[in-house]
Design a protein around this ligand. Structure first.
Ligand SMILES: *[C@@H]1O[C@H](CO)[C@@H](O)[C@H](O)[C@H]1NC(C)=O
Ligand SMILES: *[C@@H]1O[C@H](CO)[C@@H](O)[C@H](O)[C@H]1NC(C)=O
Ligand SMILES: *[C@@H]1O[C@H](CO)[C@@H](O)[C@H](O)[C@H]1NC(C)=O
Ligand SMILES: *[C@@H]1O[C@H](CO)[C@@H](O)[C@H](O)[C@H]1NC(C)=O
Ligand SMILES: *[C@@H]1O[C@H](CO)[C@@H](O)[C@H](O)[C@H]1NC(C)=O
Ligand SMILES: *[C@@H]1O[C@H](CO)[C@@H](O)[C@H](O)[C@H]1NC(C)=O
Ligand SMILES: *[C@@H]1O[C@H](CO)[C@@H](O)[C@H](O)[C@H]1NC(C)=O
Ligand SMILES: *[C@@H]1O[C@H](CO)[C@@H](O)[C@H](O)[C@H]1NC(C)=O
Ligand SMILES: *[C@@H]1O[C@H](CO)[C@@H](O)[C@H](O)[C@H]1NC(C)=O
Ligand SMILES: *[C@@H]1O[C@H](CO)[C@@H](O)[C@H](O)[C@H]1NC(C)=O
Length: 749
């Protein structure tokens, strides 16, 4: 009896312990920021009054979750980008919300990452004549940049020559130092992400991208004394509005949506986003959803393709209404030449160009050869107890170790200099970094030459000769190894990336001197040289700005078409643009080619697309009604709209799939934006295993803005082409003045 009572007590105790334990679990229940998509109201009025929306969202949230102990908290209420809001919720609360009739989805936000000037002249933009003057250097156009913040008083954002913003501008400046150049600066980074509440740039990325897109002329710009010359953005007389959505590494989706929501409302004309995540369906892709709302308002959206190359299918930002920008080299290098003991000279790159580095040959070692993999990559700590003192040390690129960190390891271990070498996969793709010691970054072929030399002698020696800025590398433009590659996973019927632009060793504004210990500079303000599709994206944002200024009536799709159909497909050597393996680059690396701004200003024909044209396309992707509604913000019933195959979208490129002997036909419509009376004939470039019929083969226009359609039929000739093989080609419409080129990618399954 006693025993039993005791037992009972014990159990009671255990039970109450359990209860206490459960309670504390409940209190500490994980909350996260969720993005909640609601069904649009039946009435089709576009944006409800603020109070209507706020009370609708608040009522929905608090009524739905009234039985929960922990109270949800509203983070953002969106007006333009989605029907819905962001809130801090537990997983259970999110599930409860999803059960409601008025809800489509509640999804935890993802964290996206940043895709970390000579370039105007390289792109054919010259002061005082041609397209730059013709477009008034972007006058009157507002570029919204979503990034890490801004450095207001940097001379790149001086407003000399810049007119006041247009009357439609409703933006805000939350920091002193705004002017007619920098007309907006707002912070959307929350405290939980280390936000300071200020739109000032913590990292430097945002200052760099904003000045690349729309920075003003700054004479005598340089980084560590190199790249001396005038630095200027693509659209020097445009306005810039910074929306800070990222800390130094990450960007929250709810903040990105809030910034896009504000930018649309405040009146930007172009949005530039050098950030992204992995491929997801468009209904789960915040940037795609926000961008759709933007293009519906006529706002052009340019995004980085990602830095996950050279691996296939590694793209971010794949939606057809976004311009997806890959990265290419320019013809300028900050040269650091490796001199070997056998007198062979190999041109590598480094921004840090010490003037006093020894000219005598030093012992050359490759610790990775007989040590660990870590030593091969010069990983932190891997060179401890290795005899590298006073020597030139070879480090292999990659292994997850940042390039500059490898130099830090060599320097820390007493090495005199570093030669950073590419593995085969990165081929000939190199770039200039702000290294902490004398260094040179060489490509794969050069790496083999160095290793061969090391094999040929018992006591290899080398040094590095710093030659400063050298212009005229004719292999440019070349697709950078890091630039993300297609095919497009979210929509295989849309060829991506769309375009490549300068993204390797780009000089632009920076908040602080790159490295206070090594900086030798003559400018009054800091600049830095960095690389990434983060750098190529704002080049294209700036070029779109110039086009918008020159052609205010062009839709986002028209601007995109003009950029794509006029792109260059050859390099400065008149050879096909190469990728890092020195082969002609595939369409999944170059897209339509390398941007040619002057030609884009006068494309002859454009492939236009209206916002509603994407609805049958989205239905054709197999999305549910709710998923399409999530993106287009109106009730869609796919059974009521025609559902089109992806390749039927009026896109300025073709990506099609063929199986067996099946033929496929698509219709395209072109609009004449050249001379009223113009005549185009078609030319098809394709491998012999495929026949392409275009009908009609001549298009005769008699008016500006006249639209004509043509039908393309793909007919397999040789079915021996194996499965999963890709065939490339192009359809080119030629007139006396114009050449309107659409790339074709065909996959055999
Ligand atoms: C899309 O998001 C929903 C909600 O988070 C998730 O359940 C689903 O797996 C996602 N779909 C894909 C294909 O990523
Ligand atoms: C802006 O540039 C002009 C012309 O170079 C110069 O006179 C002026 O002082 C600069 N303004 C600021 C705030 O630096
Ligand atoms: C940036 O945000 C991420 C995600 O919240 C966080 O892990 C990281 O520590 C933040 N970085 C800084 C520098 O605050
Ligand atoms: C990418 O795909 C192409 C075409 O299928 C193939 O030739 C190439 O080897 C692939 N590249 C990589 C890095 O996987
Ligand atoms: C080169 O100059 C820098 C800065 O003056 C100095 O720190 C470094 O020790 C010098 N290096 C050599 C090899 O003399
Ligand atoms: C690598 O091994 C060789 C002989 O096995 C030795 O002479 C050399 O010092 C080693 N190199 C390094 C960097 O440890
Ligand atoms: C290498 O040496 C550094 C400095 O002496 C030390 O902090 C680090 O722990 C060492 N790492 C390894 C892997 O031995
Ligand atoms: C150098 O010699 C080693 C051993 O003989 C060999 O494995 C390696 O492939 C050679 N490297 C080059 C680049 O020739
Ligand atoms: C779809 O069509 C049906 C029948 O024609 C109609 O009743 C329904 O309202 C339509 N739905 C939408 C969303 O247009
Ligand atoms: C295509 O191939 C199938 C089976 O291989 C054959 O029956 C059919 O006649 C072919 N069609 C054409 C148009 O050649």
């Amino acid at each position: 009896m006693e025993n039993n009572r005791c037992k009972h007590l014990m159990i009671m105790l255990l039970c109450s312990f359990n209860t206490i334990f459960n309670l504390s679990l409940a209190i500490a229940k994980q909350t996260e920021t969720y993005i909640v998509h609601l069904r649009p109201p039946i009435t089709d009025h576009p944006v409800a009054a603020t109070e209507d929306l706020e009370s609708r969202y608040n009522t929905f949230l608090h009524t739905t979750l009234q039985d929960f102990d922990e109270k949800p908290s509203m983070v953002y209420m969106y007006r333009n980008v989605i029907n819905g809001f962001a809130a801090t919720l537990t997983a259970e609360q999110a599930r409860e919300i999803e059960k409601q009739d008025g809800a489509i989805s509640a999804r935890p936000q993802r964290l996206l990452s940043l895709h970390t000037t000579h370039t105007p002249n390289f792109l054919g933009l010259h002061q005082n004549f041609g397209f730059w003057r013709g477009s008034n250097y972007g006058k009157g156009v507002i570029i919204g940049v979503l990034d890490t913040g801004i450095t207001p008083c940097h001379p790149s954002f001086n407003d000399t020559g810049v007119a006041p913003p247009p009357a439609k501008w409703k933006g805000k400046c939350e920091v002193p130092g705004c002017n007619n150049k920098l007309i907006g600066a707002r912070n959307f980074v929350s405290g939980s992400m280390g936000g300071t509440g200020s739109p000032l740039d913590d990292g430097g990325h945002g200052t760099h991208t904003a000045s690349t897109a729309g920075g003003n002329f700054v004479e005598g710009a340089n980084a560590l004394g190199n790249d001396y010359g005038t630095a200027v953005g693509m659209a020097p007389f445009a306005h810039i509005a910074m929306y800070k959505v990222c800390n130094e590494t990450s960007c929250g989706e709810s903040d990105i949506l809030a910034a896009m929501d504000a930018a649309i409302e405040e009146g930007v004309d172009v949005l530039s986003l050098s950030l992204g995540g992995e491929s997801v369906p468009f209904y789960n892709d915040t940037v795609a959803i926000g961008a759709y709302a933007a293009i519906r308002k006529g706002i052009f959206v340019s995004c980085s393709a990602g830095n996950s190359g050279p691996f296939n299918a590694s793209l971010s930002n794949e939606a057809p209404w976004i311009l997806t920008v890959g990265a290419s080299t320019v013809d300028r290098k900050v040269t650091a030449t490796v001199k070997l003991g056998n007198n062979v000279l190999l041109d590598g790159e480094s921004v840090f160009q010490p003037k006093n580095f020894t000219k005598s040959l030093l012992p050359l070692v490759y610790p990775g050869l007989n040590r660990s993999k870590n030593a091969m990559f010069c990983a932190p700590g891997s060179l401890n107890n290795t005899d590298v003192k006073g020597k030139v040390v070879i480090c292999l690129k990659g292994g997850g170790i940042p390039r500059v960190a490898k130099g830090q390891e060599v320097k820390g271990a007493g090495g005199a200099a570093m030669i950073l070498v590419n593995a085969r996969i990165d081929g000939s793709s190199i770039l200039a970094d702000t290294h902490v010691l004398p260094a040179s970054y060489v490509d794969y072929k050069q790496a083999l030459a160095i290793l061969n030399y090391m094999n040929s002698t018992a006591s290899p020696v080398a040094t590095i000769i710093f030659r400063g800025t050298v212009i005229g590398y004719k292999s440019a433009p070349q697709v950078s190894s890091f630039s993300s590659r297609g095919p497009n996973l979210a929509s295989p019927g849309i060829l991506k990336p769309d375009i490549i632009g300068p993204g390797v060793s780009i000089l632009a504004a920076w908040p602080t001197y790159a490295d206070s210990t090594t900086t030798i500079t003559t400018t009054t303000a800091p600049f830095n040289v960095i690389s990434g599709t983060s750098m190529s994206c704002p080049h294209l944002s700036g070029i779109a700005t110039l086009l918008k200024s020159a052609h205010p009536d062009w839709s986002p799709a028209a601007i995109k078409s003009a950029i794509m159909t006029t792109a260059d497909v050859i390099n400065l050597n008149y050879q096909p643009i190469q990728d890092e393996r020195e082969l002609p680059a595939s369409l999944f690396a170059v897209g339509a080619g390398h941007v040619n701004p002057c030609k884009a200003n006068n494309p002859g024909l454009i492939y236009d697309i209206q916002a509603d044209d994407y609805i049958p396309y989205l239905c054709g992707l197999g999305y549910s009604n709710a998923q399409v509604t999530t993106i287009v913000q109106k009730q869609v019933s796919c059974s009521n709209v025609s559902s089109n195959p992806e390749a039927e979208l009026n896109y300025p490129a073709f990506a099609i799939t063929m199986s067996g002997n099946m033929t496929k036909s698509f219709t395209r419509t072109v609009t004449n934006v050249g001379d009223a009376h113009s005549c185009y004939t078609v030319k098809v470039i394709i491998s012999p295993c495929m026949r392409v019929k275009v009908s009609p083969s001549r298009l005769v226009f008699s008016a500006v803005n006249q639209r004509l359609s043509y039908k393309v039929t793909f007919i397999p000739v040789d079915q021996s082409a194996g499965s999963n093989q890709f065939v490339e080609g192009a359809i080119v419409w030629n007139s006396i003045k114009h050449s309107v080129r659409s790339p074709i990618s065909i996959k055999y399954i």
